[in-house]
Design a binder for this molecule. Structure first.
Ligand code: NDP
Length: 503
């Protein structure tokens, strides 16, 4: 037998007597202004959409837990990492980056891997990607870069000229471009890809000793990707295939899991390391800094409401807990501002109070007050300023992070492009990739780059050639470019190459 339903009400709780017929003057209308239920219903519907995320608009999420499996208390004082066996509730949002909310899940794109830990010391967010690196290493370039991955301002179409023009003028992007155009750029499932902090972070212990760390969440389902052809087909067959896959797996109790490994670098090692440890276009090769297993992440509960839990979820790399802090990585420093800022725009100044974003099991005692949609007690009658002598919350000097030594001239310091920028790309192509990986990489690049102007094809292919001559030569052949010309361009400085391909 059906359970009797609660009575339908307006948004303000008054019972509604009829939800099928508007109030009208006679059976044929017109509609009466006094039908306040109709007016309220239409007005709310008119306001259902909030601003789409400017990046990472299409996403899927799930709840779960993180469990510490190895002792890391000598590296960090973070309480949620303090003992083996300790479990912390998490929420993970996966996403594509460049597409709109309705775009296809199998688009070639990095995938977001944003993880919220509800710790006893407040929210800790690790806002990562499925790639260990990124296209650029200075946040000043980020808005330009994203514009080129989105739509042409005149035609509103994706534009291969914009896409490759920017990348070929930004050679530090080559490492990420190579991962993006490998089959790792089209994961078959969010469950079958890794998640990386990408950035370097500071971890510090109770004694104030610190080290630099990178986090790698390695999938326990095994890496599994679409080929370029499969990804293209899935765009039409099932644009939501990856969202569907995650939901279906969790619904049937097949809970996806990841092993957390960290790489650790001491401040002394960082001073003289051959790669800049804070350059987001570089990894720390495993042979130099072997990954150490420290934990396990499991997703075991689907959201009950997409908008409340996934669309309103707001992550920020600025959400640290004692024991974890930022590094000098310039891209990270830019993100420390931008994520919080974009949520203020998207969700309003009190988005931290929304249930999906609020701490669980940790007190929230700030002096921030008021603002749109303040829907908690707003500090009630307590003091709203500090210092005060009315028993308000006090700062705790015991959680002060260690000081780090920085000095230098205030200036817009340029990164100087060097051969070091091509070493890791060549290594990935020649040593890590299999023959099949390389075949697919070249095919995927050729299929996309062939739509750009020839001068841009030449400039970009010269960069592939610089990373590894075979890589460049294979792309050149696929594009029917003159390999000798590509080789000549590869031997030039970036400035000369840009001048030679200006028209
Ligand atoms: P290793 O041989 O120790 O590790 C290679 C890494 O590459 C593995 O983590 C593997 O991930 C990953 N990998 C395999 N195929 C691809 C692909 N098509 N796209 C991206 N990553 C892939 O090598 P090194 O540590 O010396 O690094 C060599 C190169 O490997 C780097 O220059 C970088 O391009 C890439 N890489 C390195 C990582 C690092 O943190 N050191 C992380 C990821 C990539 P998995 O174990 O999941 O198969």
């Amino acid at each position: 037998m059906k359970k009797p339903k609660d009575i339908l009400t307006t948004g303000f709780g008054a019972p509604v007597e009829n939800d099928l017929n508007s109030q009208t003057a006679g059976p044929k209308g017109p509609v009466l202004m006094q039908d306040v239920h109709l007016l309220e219903k239409l007005a709310h519907f008119d306001r259902e959409r909030i601003p789409e995320r400017v990046v990472h608009a299409k996403g899927a999420g799930a709840h779960g837990y993180f469990e510490v499996t190895h002792d890391v208390s000598r590296y960090t004082r973070a309480k949620f990492l303090s003992e083996v066996g300790k479990k912390t509730e998490v929420f993970l949002r996966f996403s594509t980056v460049g597409g709109e909310r309705g775009s296809a899940d199998s688009e070639r794109d990095p995938r977001g891997f944003a993880l919220k830990f509800y710790t006893e010391e407040g929210i800790y967010d690790m806002v990562g990607n499925n790639t260990p690196i990124f296209f650029i290493r200075d946040p000043l370039k980020f808005p330009d870069f994203i514009h080129t991955q989105k739509r042409n301002p005149a035609t509103n179409l994706k534009d291969p000229d914009m896409f490759w023009d920017f990348l070929s003028l930004t050679p530090e992007s080559l490492h990420q471009v190579t991962i993006l155009f490998s089959d790792r750029g089209t994961p078959r499932s969010y469950r079958t890809m890794n998640g990386y902090s990408s950035h370097t972070y500071m971890w510090y212990n109770q004694k104030g000793e610190y080290c630099w760390v990178k986090l790698h969440f390695k999938t326990l389902q095994g890496i599994n990707n679409f080929t370029g052809e499969e990804a293209d087909r899935m765009r039409g067959e099932d644009p939501d295939c990856v969202t569907r896959d995650l939901h279906a797996a969790i619904a049937k109790g097949d809970y996806p899991a990841w092993r957390l490994e960290i790489q650790i670098m001491t401040p002394e090692q960082a001073k003289s390391y051959r790669f800049d440890p804070f350059d987001l276009t570089k990894v720390w090769p495993h042979a130099d800094f072997p990954p150490v297993e420290i934990g396990r992440l499991v997703l075991n509960r689907n959201p009950e409401n997409y908008f409340a839990e996934v669309e309103q979820a707001a992550f920020s790399p600025a959400n640290f807990v004692p024991g974890i802090g930022p590094s000098p990585d310039k891209m990270l420093q830019g993100r420390l501002f931008s994520y919080h800022d974009t949520h203020l725009h998207r969700l309003g100044p009190n988005y931290h109070l929304l249930p999906i974003n609020a701490p669980k099991g940790a007190a929230m005692n700030s002096y921030q007050r008021d603002g749109f949609m303040r829907f908690d007690a707003n500090g009630a009658g307590g003091p709203n300023y500090w210092p005060n002598s009315f028993g308000g919350a006090e700062p705790d000097a015991g959680v002060t992070p260690p000081p780090i030594d920085v000095a230098g001239m205030a200036a817009r310091h340029a990164f100087v492009l060097g051969d070091v920028d091509f070493v890791q790309v060549g290594d990935l192509y020649a040593r890590v990739m299999t023959d099949t990986d390389r075949d697919h990489l070249v095919r995927n690049i050729v299929g996309h780059l062939r739509n750009a102007q020839k001068r841009i094809q030449l400039r970009q292919t010269a960069l592939f050639y610089k990373a590894h001559p075979e890589y460049g030569a294979r792309v050149a052949k696929g594009l029917e470019l003159d390999v000798k010309e590509v080789e000549r361009l590869a031997k030039m400085s970036q400035e000369e190459r840009v001048a030679a391909t200006a028209k």
